[in-house]
Design a protein around this ligand. Structure first.
Ligand code: SF4
Length: 392
C-alpha cells in the first residue's frame, strides 16, 4: 500500500501490546504514533503515512545529520529546542544521529572538526545536511569562517556527500537580515552556494519547529522531499497565505483597521494591514500552528504586531516594516457569512441599520482592494475580484 495515499488505517491496531510503555526514549509508542499521525495530517497525508513515519523514527539505524551554522543568531536552533511534542532531544537524540552541530556540539575546536570529517566520510551519500544562517560570498567568503575555512568551502564540502539538504530559517533560505541592503558581505542563501543541488527551504525568523521536524520525518520515511513550491518550500507548510487563515481577517474584510500602535482599533484587535502587516503577500502556516505551544494567537499578529513577511523572499528584511503589503488574494474565505436578507419577510430598523453599516464597511474594504488591484495588476486574480465586487 502506498502510505502517501489517502487510505486510513485502524490506528488502535498499530499500538501493540504495551502502548504506554516508554519505547522511544522517554516517549511511549502511543505518543510517537499520535505525533506522527498529527504530522501526517498537517502534511495532507493519510494515517498510514503517520504510522510509516513512526516506524522510520523508531528504527534502530538512525540517519546521520550534519548541521552547519553560518551568519545568523542561532534563533532557528533555539526555536527547535522549544518543541515539546516530542522534544527536539527526543527526535534528534533518539531518532536522528546528530553527528555534528556547530553550536550544540559537546566537543570543540579541531577535535570536533575531525569528528565531523570522520562522520561525513563514514556516512557518505547517507547523511542529511542542515544549514542554518546565510553564507557571505563577497571577498572570497572571508566574512564567515570556521576552523580557518570559509563557509562557502564548508557547505560545498558537506553537500558533496549529502543525501538531502535542508536550509533552516530565512538566512539559510535566501540570506535573511544579512542580505538586507546594502548587504556588505554579499550574504546569500544555501541554494546559491550549491546551485547544482536541491535544497529544501524552511524559511522563517525563526521557522516553526514543526515545519522542520515534519519535513525531516518525511525525508526519513519516504527518501525524498515533500512537494515543494517554486521557492523550494514544502507546500504543506507554505501553500497558503497568512492572510487566508488570520484570526483578524474578518476585520480586514469589514474595513476595520488599527491605524497606529496603541490606538482604539489596535486595542480592539482590528486588522493590522495599515500598520504594515505583510500577511496578504506572505505564505506560511503561522496562524494555524502558532509558536511555543502556549495556545491560540501565539504568533506575531496574534500578539498585536504586523506580520513582517519573514518567510517570503524579497519581503522580510527587504520591504520597509510599515509599508503596505500587496494583497494577493481578494476573496474572503468561503466560510465567512454573506451580508444579505431574504426578501418579503420584513426587516427591523435595527437589522436594516446593521446590514447598512456592515455593507458600507464592506464597500470601503472593496474600494481599498480595488485600488490594490489597479496598483498590482500582475498579482491580481480576476475571478476573485469579481466575487469581491459581488459581495460588496
Ligand atoms: Fe491578518 Fe495581516 Fe491579513 Fe490583517 S492584513 S487580516 S492582520 S494577515
Amino acid at each position: 500500500m502506498d502510505a502517501t495515499s489517502n487510505t486510513d488505517l485502524d490506528f488502535d491496531a498499530c499500538l501493540g501490546s504495551q502502548p504506554d510503555e516508554p519505547a522511544f526514549g522517554p516517549l511511549s509508542r502511543r505518543k510517537l504514533l499520535q505525533f506522527c499521525a498529527g504530522v501526517a495530517a498537517t502534511m495532507g497525508l493519510s494515517s498510514a503515512a503517520g504510522v510509516r513515519m513512526a516506524e522510520a523514527a523508531a528504527s534502530p539505524s538512525r540517519p546521520p545529520v550534519i548541521w552547519l551554522h553560518g551568519q545568523e543568531c542561532t534563533g532557528c536552533t533555539e526555536s527547535m529546542l522549544r518543541a515539546y511534542h516530542p522534544t527536539l532531544e527526543a527526535l534528534l537524540l533518539e531518532t536522528i544521529s546528530l553527528d555534528y552541530h556547530d553550536t550544540l556540539c559537546v566537543g570543540a575546536g579541531q577535535q570536533a572538526l575531525d569528528y565531523k570529517h570522520k562522520m561525513m566520510e563514514k556516512n557518505k551519500g547517507k547523511y542529511v545536511l542542515v544549514t542554518e544562517g546565510a553564507t557571505p560570498m563577497k571577498d572570497g567568503g572571508i566574512y564567515c569562517k570556521v576552523g580557518g575555512r570559509t563557509q562557502v568551502e564548508l557547505i560545498r564540502e558537506a553537500a558533496a556527500g549529502a543525501a538531502a539538504i535542508v536550509a533552516i530559517g530565512s538566512c539559510a533560505s535566501w540570506g535573511g537580515v544579512q542580505s538586507a541592503d546594502p548587504n556588505p558581505t554579499g550574504a546569500v542563501g544555501t541554494h546559491t552556494v550549491i546551485p547544482d543541488k536541491t535544497v529544501v527551504n524552511i524559511p522563517g525568523c525563526p521557522p516553526n519547529p514543526y515545519n522542520f521536524l515534519s519535513t525531516v520525518l518525511y525525508l526519513l520515511t519516504f527518501g525524498k522531499a515533500p512537494e515543494l513550491d517554486q521557492e523550494n518550500r514544502p507546500k504543506f507548510a507554505y501553500g497558503r497565505l497568512i492572510h487566508e487563515n488570520c484570526e483578524r481577517r474578518a476585520h480586514f474584510d469589514a474595513g476595520r483597521f488599527a491605524m497606529q500602535f496603541g490606538d482604539d482599533g489596535h486595542r480592539q484587535g482590528f486588522c493590522l494591514y495599515k500598520i504594515g502587516c505583510k500577511g496578504p503577500e506572505t505564505y506560511a502556516n503561522c496562524p494555524a500552528l502558532g509558536f511555543n505551544e502556549v495556545g491560540f494567537a501565539s504568533w506575531p499578529v496574534g500578539t498585536g504586531h504586523p506580520c513582517f513577511g519573514c518567510t517570503e523572499k524579497g519581503t522580510g528584511f527587504h520591504k520597509p516594516l510599515h509599508s503596505l503589503a500587496t494583497v494577493k488574494t481578494l476573496s474572503p474565505p468561503v466560510a465567512f457569512p454573506m451580508v444579505g436578507t431574504e426578501g418579503g419577510q420584513g426587516v427591523t430598523a435595527g437589522a436594516a441599520l446593521a446590514v447598512g453599516v456592515v455593507g458600507g464597511l464592506a464597500v470601503g474594504a472593496g474600494a481599498m482592494l480595488l485600488k490594490q488591484m489597479q496598483d498590482n495588476k500582475n498579482d491580481t486574480d480576476n475571478n476573485d475580484s469579481d466575487k469581491t465586487t459581488e459581495r460588496a
